[in-house]
Write a protein that binds this ligand. Structure first.
Ligand code: UDP
Length: 238
């Protein structure tokens, strides 16, 4: 497998072409951003942790019936993935109120929902990733009704699988963001990453935040929190 030209550099990852048109290489950086890129920083070692964590979680999800882009871990920071066209929606599932949900509806954090919730944001940096409903997503041809059904079904399945796994690690899965992509034949699969950058993870006993909120809110101990989540994952994954 040959690594060819860089196709794209995002906030946390670089993407490279390979000699196989159906495969890409993702390279995880230590760069961190928040609030739509306004806050910038570095979380030392984050790229290694997010790469390894996302790969382990995606392999677990695949065993649980959710197809993913994961192909092979190539190095500490690099992974071979299936090339997809990203569906330009951020898919957010919540079990407990936090972040923008608490702010938008004027409620406190840590309200445990009777049922998980789902919402979509339109992935568009200039617009600041606005909330979007499924009829609007269809009107803009971001996804079809059938694709949205599949995405919803997979997102809730991911929640069931990850909630149970993180619970076994003594971690509460508060909420998370997923991105899906389409293979050349139209199949929807899970793409992007699953990591403390994209999930809220609280210690089940102390409720200590073990995710990117430590960076967003300047709580300190960011590197230690990421390392602690990774340590628990290794301990409980097989
Ligand atoms: N999230 C993300 N990328 C985004 C926005 C949100 O990964 O661009 C994740 C975030 O880490 C959290 C969940 O999605 O786990 C819900 O985030 P929320 O809508 O509460 O927004 P925030 O408070 O992070 O702005």
């Amino acid at each position: 497998m040959e690594k060819l030209e860089m196709l794209y550099e995002g906030k946390a990852k670089k993407v490279y072409a390979t000699d196989d048109p159906e495969l890409l290489i993702v390279d995880y950086k230590d760069d961190a951003t928040a609030f739509n890129g306004v806050k910038k920083g570095t979380i030392v070692g984050k790229g290694v942790i997010n790469n390894q964590m996302s790969n382990r979680l995606m392999q677990r999800l695949a065993r649980g019936g959710v197809p993913t882009h994961f192909v092979k871990e190539l190095s500490e920071r690099e992974t071979l993935v299936k090339r997809v066209k990203i569906v330009p929606l951020e898919v957010i599932v919540r079990n407990i109120s936090a972040g923008s949900f608490a702010k938008r509806y004027g409620v406190e954090e840590d309200i445990v929902f009777d049922q998980p919730t789902i919402e979509f944001s339109y992935k568009n940096d200039e617009l600041g990733d606005p909330l979007i409903n499924s009829t609007h997503a269809m009107a803009l041809h971001l996804a079809t009704a059938e694709e949205l059904d599949t995405i919803r079904r997979y997102a809730f399945r991911v929640n069931e699988l990850l909630r149970e796994f993180w619970a076994s690690c003594g971690i509460t899965l508060v909420d998370f963001k997923l991105e899906f992509g389409k293979l050349a034949d139209g199949t929807i699969i899970l793409a992007d990453e699953i990591s403390p950058d994209t999930c809220r993870l609280w210690d089940s006993v102390t409720k200590e935040k073990l995710d990117k909120d430590r960076f967003r809110r300047d709580l300190g101990g960011v590197e230690d929190a990421y390392a602690e989540v990774m340590r628990r994952l290794r301990e409980h994954d097989e």
